[in-house]
Ligand binder design. Structure first.
Ligand code: KG4
Ligand code: ZN
Length: 379
């Protein structure tokens, strides 16, 4: 099955081509430079950039995916390339409404014009499915045993999700699990972890996105320089809260002269990053102890951070559990490859969307009811 996947939920215009769960091309056109000077994503700028870039990005993904010569980079040849596609997968939500619309409308237009099947993918499920992604050679081959506990950490969401096999699991032709049941067991009550890092970088007067900037600065900083709170850490709650941490950070440095912030930037970044990661790790551990998964998974933009990856590997060792994370940076941050993998599993289940009526859903959630024996909050 050949899939064209499209993702425009935030500030990256993305398209990918897959053969089943194997990613053949994964094109990301980042808008970071456009949003940088505003210190965050400006929805209207994102929308216009998506509109301008979506077609060239799709063309590039198609020609790279099918190894077609550059001469086929022409709009007139879209028909030839679309003939090879069976299914179009697109991010329906959650995300910025006006950004999502660009991808959804393009997917609908192509599905109708070229008579293709369409699947509407949840962006967070895409981040989880990045753990199942394979390259064109079918690697890595991972035997991810369920139930698994997945942590997704990005700029828009921070969630702990238990992934189980449903009562009647579906397997693909190679015998791999192709249907999953999700239960959100913890999530942030305010800011996402990536957002917390972005905001701290902004408070210090640094650019956007803040996560990679803080990572670099923190490498040579002292984690004990600043004493910061760990909101909700001691209560046996699986939800996260990051806004108190950001506020505390703000009050600690608000009267500092700019030069002092610059001078102490490494220590400030290290203390702050350490507090964010501490909170992520504590809840991940708590959830693992409560739900006793066979596997740990971690994905989302913040997982591009080397220190966080190291700490998660250490936790998995301590818990004696296998851990998987996307094996390429491009699969951590927003990309269409992960949307294609989630779309592949949906296509196997024939969960088709109607190209005439599909609409974006900026607040899209996992709509599985929690199992009666498990409460959302309080262990
Ligand atoms: O998954 P993603 O690309 O987009 C969303 O779905 O939000 O995640 C973007 C977030 C941003 O907050 C960014 O600062 C953070 O991921 N991020 C990082 C790193 N790279 C990106 N955070 C920490 N360390 C990094 N190396
Ligand atoms: Zn994302």
């Amino acid at each position: 099955m050949n899939i064209l996947a499209i993702e425009t939920s935030c500030d990256d215009t993305c398209a990918a081509v897959l053969n089943d769960d194997r990613i053949l091309s994964n094109v990301v056109s980042s808008q970071t430079n456009l949003h940088k000077k505003w210190g965050g994503v400006v929805p209207d700028i994102a929308k216009r950039a998506h509109q301008k870039r979506i077609e060239p990005v799709i063309m590039e993904a198609l020609s790279k995916g099918f190894n077609l010569p550059k001469s086929l980079f022409d709009k007139r040849d879209l028909k030839t390339m679309m003939a090879k596609i069976d299914v179009i997968a697109v991010t329906k939500g959650p995300g910025l409404a006006i950004a999502l619309s660009v991808g959804v409308n393009k997917a609908k237009e192509l599905a109708i014009k070229y008579n293709k099947k369409l699947v509407a993918v949840n962006h967070v499920e895409g981040h989880i499915m990045a753990n199942w992604a394979k390259n064109s050679k079918g690697l890595p081959e991972r035997n991810i045993e369920l139930p698994a506990l997945a942590m997704t950490v990005s700029g828009g969401h921070t969630k702990l999700i238990v992934i189980k096999s449903p009562p009647n699991p579906l397997f693909d032709e190679r015998g791999g699990m192709a249907s999953f049941e999700y239960q959100v067991v913890g999530e942030t009550l305010d800011d996402a972890a990536g957002e917390a890092l972005d905001k701290a970088a902004k408070l210090m007067g640094f650019g956007y996105p803040g996560g990679p900037i803080i990572e670099k600065l923190a490498e040579s900083g002292d984690i004990n320089f600043l004493e910061l709170p760990r909101p909700m850490a001691d209560k046996k709650i699986l939800d996260y809260s990051f806004s108190g941490l950001k506020t505390s950070f703000y009050y600690k440095i608000k009267d500092w002269p700019k030069e002092m912030v610059i001078e102490k930037a490494n220590d400030l970044a290290a203390s702050y990053q350490n507090a964010v990661f501490d909170m992520l790790l504590r809840k991940f551990k708590l959830a693992a102890e409560k739900y006793e998964p066979k596997t740990l998974l971690a994905s989302g933009g913040v997982m591009a951070n080397k220190e966080l990856r190291k700490r998660i590997r250490k936790l998995a060792k301590e818990l004696k559990l296998p851990v998987y994370m996307p094996n390429k940076k491009i699969l951590d941050t927003d990309n269409a490859g992960m949307i294609g993998v989630a779309g592949y599993f949906m296509a196997l289940k024939e969960e088709w969307a109607d190209p005439e009526t599909l609409d974006r859903d900026p607040r899209m959630n996992f709509n599985l009811p929690p199992a009666p024996s498990l409460t959302r909050r309080g262990v």
